[in-house]
Design a protein around this ligand. Sequence first.
Ligand SMILES: [Zn+2]
Length: 148
Amino acid sequence: MNHYNEQAWKQYVEERLSPDHLSEMELHLYQCDECLTMYMTCLEQMETVLPIMERDTQEYVDAIIARTTGTKRSWYHSTMLHYGIAAAATLILVAIGFFHGISQELDSVGSFKPANSINTSSSLQTDKPISDQLLNKTLTWLDTLQNK
Ligand SMILES: [Zn+2]
């Protein structure tokens, strides 16, 4: 297993890497306790650095005062928020990958070519928003399960 160093995790927290790289590291995060610990450490460090980059001096002083009065609690909340977003993003990525696999099984490969644009299933899909497509795929998938 290839581990990421502290520098990489700092870049991950700041989202200074390519989306591919970010999701790659995110997947690793769920398999590796060692890197998770390092990520949490970097996250904690970035929390103290971010106010300098994003706010003016007065707000930065206020932020420090706020941190010294309720350090543990605010750190915990922001960390869990970041973690929650990461978890949700992973679930969405997994869901899209999963349903993409199913759609490739259901549709013939040729249905994506312009010559077959009359194909009802593919023309319907392009008119619908992603969320509707996901919902339909989910329902189709559930039907498939129930019919087994
Ligand atoms: Zn690792």
